[in-house]
Design a protein around this ligand. Structure first.
Ligand SMILES: Nc1ncnc2c1ncn2[C@@H]1O[C@H](COP(=O)(O)OP(=O)(O)OP(=O)(O)O)[C@@H](O)[C@H]1O
Ligand SMILES: [Mg+2]
Length: 339
């Protein structure tokens, strides 16, 4: 990390002096911030990473990282300082290890086109769509890609901890960069942000099977009042829950709100093949084994994890991945029962 680095090709990592107001406000955390910021810049320059890349790698929120880096972040610095310090430590530690094999970048699979079309429909027509596709086929990957390539798209993920109306609203506020501490104003602030872009926005709610019924209702309300598209993404449960919930009420009136339901339980064979190719595997025997793995629960995700481990094994011996490595990796992962 101490080696001389020619910074000329890497603009964007200059470290401007913040405004006085920022210095005054964050007096307690300022020294940490300066130190971590310079380490982050050093790592980024050494690796040729852009801000977007560091945002992604560090797991920081879009927008937050660049504000933090430039010294304009309005919230508290402490947590972000901590998050980035952990990241810096992890990167430095990892630098002493052999390079970890990386997964292929986004592959335009058939299911990803179907998902993207459904999302686009919701966004264009301010409709509510439901996407229930089996695990590991590429829902989250496609939603991220869609957000990265379309304006006014927000992608929030619900966990068992954020499944309540309030939990969901807090999660949405964070994704939408809404700062409102008063719970009674939160719904309005989020709605305002969703409608600000003039009806062309899309809110993707991932892992939506976790939501409680009232939270689903709240989303429908956003769609109705603020004319934004809503996509509920998750497993089969999302749809059955939605239908169960509306059955007792004015069923027809509520059901008409589902503009489109994309449903798929099994991965397309062509998608498995494309993903295996994207991993650089062409050997027929390896392809056959990986195809079998991809047909199990977890689909492309299973192939990805197995190939990562197989690559690590092969890397340790300094050779290309072969059938033995894939077999060893699959066996080592010991998830056969989960199929
Ligand atoms: N279109 C794609 N391009 C590249 N990689 C993909 C694609 N689809 C899936 N993958 C790989 O498969 C893994 C699982 O995909 P993803 O997380 O999107 O699945 P999911 O459908 O959201 O699953 P879950 O229901 O478990 O949330 C990803 O981490 C990635 O490695
Ligand atoms: Mg997912």
């Amino acid at each position: 990390m101490n080696k001389h680095i020619d910074t000329r090709p890497y603009s964007g990592w200059e470290q401007p002096e913040p405004e006085q107001a920022f210095i005054d406000k964050h007096a307690d955390d300022l020294e940490d911030w300066r130190q971590i910021r310079s380490q982050v810049a050093e790592i980024a320059i050494a690796n040729g990473w852009t801000k977007a890349e560091v945002t992604r790698r560090s797991g920081a929120k879009d927008g937050t990282f660049s504000q933090w880096f430039s010294g304009t972040y309005p919230g508290r610095l402490e947590n972000i300082n901590k998050q980035l310090r952990n990241w810096v430590t992890a990167v430095i530690e990892a630098a002493g290890m052999p390079e970890i094999p990386t997964s292929p970048a986004f592959v335009k699979t058939r299911i990803s086109s179907e998902i993207a079309q459904t999302l686009q429909w919701a966004q264009m027509t301010a409709d509510l769509v439901i996407i229930t596709v089996a695990a590991g086929i590429g829902k989250t990957m496609t939603c991220r890609h869609y957000r990265a390539t379309h304006p006014h798209v927000f992608h929030a993920t619900i966990s068992p901890h954020t499944k309540t109306v309030h939990g969901m609203l807090v999660e949405l506020a964070s994704e939408l960069d809404v700062h409102e501490n008063n719970p009674s104003r939160l719904t309005r602030a989020i709605g305002a942000k969703l409608s600000r872009v003039g009806g062309g926005s899309l809110l993707i709610v991932d892992e939506a099977q976790n939501l409680v019924d009232d939270a689903i209702n709240q989303l429908r309300h956003f769609s109705d009042i603020h004319q934004c598209g809503i996509a509920l993404v998750g497993n089969e449960e999302v749809y059955s829950r939605f239908v169960a919930q509306v059955k007792g009420r004015s069923y027809a009136q509520l059901k008409r709100r589902i503009g489109k339901h994309l449903k798929r339980q099994k991965p397309y064979a062509e998608d498995i093949a494309a993903f295996i190719r994207a991993w650089g595997v062409t050997d027929p025997e390896c392809t056959r084994l990986l195809t079998g793995i991809g047909l199990k629960g977890g689909a492309l995700g299973q192939i990805d994890k197995t190939m990562k481990l197989a690559s690590m094994i092969a890397l340790g011996d300094n050779r290309e991945v072969g059938i033995r490595d894939i077999e060893a990796a699959w066996k080592n992962r010991d998830v056969e029962d989960m199929a």
